[in-house]
Structures are given as structure tokens and as C-alpha cells.
Design a protein around this ligand. Structure first.
Ligand SMILES: Cc1cc2nc3c(=O)[nH]c(=O)nc-3n(C[C@H](O)[C@H](O)[C@H](O)COP(=O)(O)OP(=O)(O)OC[C@H]3O[C@@H](n4cnc5c(N)ncnc54)[C@H](O)[C@@H]3O)c2cc1C
Ligand code: SF4
Length: 349
């Protein structure tokens, strides 16, 4: 076991999992998080029920936070980021934004992603019309207990459109990647809206549906067969308004006809962008980014989570769009790589 602590940067699902795994094997760990509380996107952005577990984010991720907070092998520094990182594997010197510094044997970066800002897709109405919102805002409406309401007048919507792939699979705005989870999250949100508001019609506009693996039955088919959610394969041109309704204009690509449908609310299923801090993180930790701006993994089949710099590892959505389950698994795996790297240095000394 390394007598120097291991540093985990980022307190989302991946970082919480990494810190917990290290503590489970008796390794001292410092967990640094730039925001004032732990939990990452599911807590900071107020997600409602998670897919695929169906558990409330505040309970599921909250229990991961409690576990880490109650472990005496883990030192938590919230509201803090890393200013400088020098040295080498086995002996990194890290300076924190609070002015303190410490030495670490290895480092696990779990710095996550940034939600796509829909303002970068202005023709789809976000930022122009109040009743055009994002999946994150719908999650917050549901998790707050207030239910889904039209922002313009507080009324229950009778017709809702969810637009998939907003900020993903879109070459025009430089985002070619699929964000992996938004089809499933959107089908789940559609079912939650239908459950809360049985009179509300919910339409999902899609290019392709990617409810991968076992999620196809639980979300794609269930949303149609049990909850009567309607799916429209379409290319969307623009979202406008008549002063009351928001109007989705586009082409139904199955029948190849133009369609114009008014709704009470339009929801953007926003994708996962690289963390806006990644250029800075890349320079502070001297690790390479891949071509889209996520943190690059050195190889797929060697040490899990290895980056371009020896002794520094990466896990979760910092590496590209990932689900919570996969981020948790990668956090644990990268933590074990970090520990093995630290132990290898001790053995060599
Ligand atoms: C609308 C929406 C709904 C979703 N719902 C689900 C779902 O139901 N189920 C599911 O599996 N997935 C869901 N996801 C995906 C889920 O958000 C991610 O899988 C998960 O958050 C990834 O965890 P992470 O720890 O890698 O990153 P994050 O959750 O992004 O956590 C990273 C942490 O690092 C911190 N950080 C960043 N930079 C620094 C820095 N420089 N210094 C210190 N700390 C830093 C951040 O503040 C944050 O706390 C959803 C995504 C979206 C967009
Ligand atoms: S998961 Fe679905 S909505 Fe999200 S980017 Fe991929 S295809 Fe589009």
C-alpha cells in the first residue's frame, strides 16, 4: 500500500466510486471537487429518477456520497480545484486553489462532462421561447415535486414534443458523437410525463433510437405499448411560435412529407459535451485530449484508464459520453490501476 495518498479529481459517480474502491483496500485518498457539494451531474443538475435503476438520483448517488463522507481514509476538499501538478508517477506534487499543496503517488481524473448548451442550436427555439426547455430542466421539475408545467403560464401541458440528439450527432455544430443515454432518458421522461399527466400527448422526434442493450424493452417498447408515447422519425427544420403554442416544423422522413405541429412545450434532449475545463485540465495535468476534446485514454486493453501521462488515470464521462453505471465501473477500475502504479513504484525503490 502506498504511504502517499492517491488523488481523485472530481466528485461525481466516477470519482465517488474511485475514492470508495481505494478506501475499501485500505488506501488513503484525497477527493477534490470544484463545486461546493459532491455527487456530480446527477446531484448538481437535480436529476429525477435514474435509468435504468428507477431510483431517485438524490437517494442513489446520495448514498454514494454518504459512504465516501463517512470514510476516515478519504479526505474531501470541496470548492477546490487543482492549480499545478508537477513531478512524476509515484511522486506528484499538486498545488490546490486553496493555496495548500500535497504529494500523491498517482492521480485519477474523474472530471466529467458539461451539458450541451442549447443556445448553440438557436433555430430550435431555446432561449427565444419560454416553453422550449431541456431534459435537465424537466428532470428538475420532476425532482422538485412541482411536476411538469409550462414555464410561460404555469399550466399543465397538453402536448409535449421531445427532440432527440440536441447537441449530438450534429456535424453542423461540430459534435459528431452520440451521447449514448439521451434516447433512454427521453423515453423515461416521456413515461413520467404520461404518468403525471395522463391527458398529455407526448411525441418523441428522432433520427434513430439508441435505447441500447436491455433498455430497448424497458424504455422504447414500454413507452409506446404501455404509455402510448408517439415516435416521429423526422428531420427538424425549426421551432417557432404563434404567441401561445411552440411549433415544430420539419420533414417526416418515413413518409417524406413536411410536418408542422403545435405543442405546449418542446424539450431538447441535450447531449454530453467535453468538460469546458478540459483545455485547462489537459495543461495542468499534461494529459492529451482526443479529437473531440474529451480526455484521451492511452489504450483499451492495458491498464484501465491509463492516460498519455504515466501515473495519471481517467474514468467516466471525462473520456466521452458514459452512463452512470459505466462511470462507476470505470472509476473503480481506474482506481485499481492507480494503486497498482503506486505499488509498482514502491517495489522499484
Ligand atoms: C439530461 C441527462 C440525464 C441523464 N440521466 C442519466 C440517467 O438517468 N442514468 C445514467 O446512467 N446516466 C444519465 N446521464 C449521464 C450521467 O450524467 C453521467 O453518466 C454521469 O454524470 C457521469 O459521471 P462522472 O462522474 O463521470 O461525471 P460528472 O457527473 O460530470 O461528475 C464530474 C465531477 O467533477 C467535477 N469537476 C469537473 N472539473 C473539475 C475540476 N477541474 N476540478 C475538480 N472537480 C471538477 C464536477 O464538478 C463534477 O462534480 C444523464 C445525462 C444527461 C445529460
Ligand atoms: S442517445 Fe439517442 S438522443 Fe442521444 S445522441 Fe444518441 S441517438 Fe441521439
Amino acid at each position: 500500500m502506498s504511504n502517499k495518498p492517491i488523488l481523485v479529481v472530481g466528485g461525481g459517480p466516477a470519482g465517488l466510486s474511485a475514492a470508495n474502491s481505494l478506501a475499501l483496500v485500505g488506501q488513503k485518498t484525497v477527493l477534490v471537487e470544484k463545486e461546493d457539494k459532491l455527487g456530480g451531474a446527477p446531484i448538481l443538475s437535480g436529476y429525477a429518477k435514474l435509468v435504468p435503476s428507477g431510483e431517485w438520483a438524490k437517494d442513489a448517488i446520495g448514498s454514494m456520497v454518504d459512504r465516501v463522507q463517512n470514510n476516515e481514509l478519504i479526505t474531501i476538499k470541496t470548492g477546490t480545484s487543482v492549480g499545478k501538478c508537477s513531478g512524476e508517477a509515484g511522486n506528484f506534487k499538486v498545488e490546490f486553489s486553496d493555496g495548500n499543496s500535497d504529494q500523491f503517488s498517482s492521480i485519477v481524473m474523474c472530471t466529467g462532462f458539461t451539458h450541451f448548451d442549447s443556445i448553440n442550436k438557436p433555430e430550435w427555439g431555446f432561449g427565444t421561447y419560454e416553453d422550449v426547455v431541456t431534459t435537465t430542466q424537466i428532470e428538475q421539475m420532476i425532482s422538485s415535486g412541482n411536476g411538469v408545467r409550462r414555464p410561460s403560464n404555469g399550466e399543465k401541458p397538453k402536448r409535449v414534443a421531445i427532440l432527440l440528439c440536441v447537441g449530438s450527432r450534429d456535424r453542423q455544430i461540430g459534435r459528431e458523437w452520440c451521447s449514448k443515454i439521451c434516447c433512454t432518458v427521453s423515453a423515461n421522461i416521456a413515461m413520467e410525463i404520461r404518468e403525471e399527466l395522463p391527458d398529455c400527448h407526448v411525441y418523441i422526434y428522432y433520427m434513430d433510437i439508441r435505447t441500447f442493450g436491455l433498455l430497448e424493452t424497458k424504455y422504447y417498447w414500454k413507452s409506446q405499448e404501455e404509455f402510448k408515447v408517439k415516435y416521429i422519425k423526422a428531420r427538424i427544420a425549426e421551432v417557432t411560435s404563434d404567441g401561445d403554442k411552440v411549433i415544430v416544423k420539419g420533414e417526416d422522413t418515413l413518409v417524406k412529407r413536411p410536418i408542422t405541429i403545435p405543442f405546449d412545450m418542446v424539450v431538447h434532449a441535450v447531449g454530453m459535451d467535453p468538460n469546458v475545463d478540459n483545455m485547462l485540465l489537459s495543461s495542468v495535468f499534461d494529459v492529451e485530449l482526443e479529437s473531440n476534446g474529451f480526455i484521451d485514454r492511452k489504450n483499451a486493453y492495458g491498464a484501465m484508464g491509463a492516460t498519455s501521462r504515466d501515473g495519471i488515470f481517467v474514468a467516466g464521462s471525462a473520456t466521452g459520453p458514459e452512463t452512470i453505471d459505466d462511470s462507476i465501473a470505470q472509476g473503480s477500475a481506474a482506481a485499481m490501476s492507480a494503486l497498482a502504479s503506486a505499488n509498482a513504484r514502491i517495489a522499484a525503490e
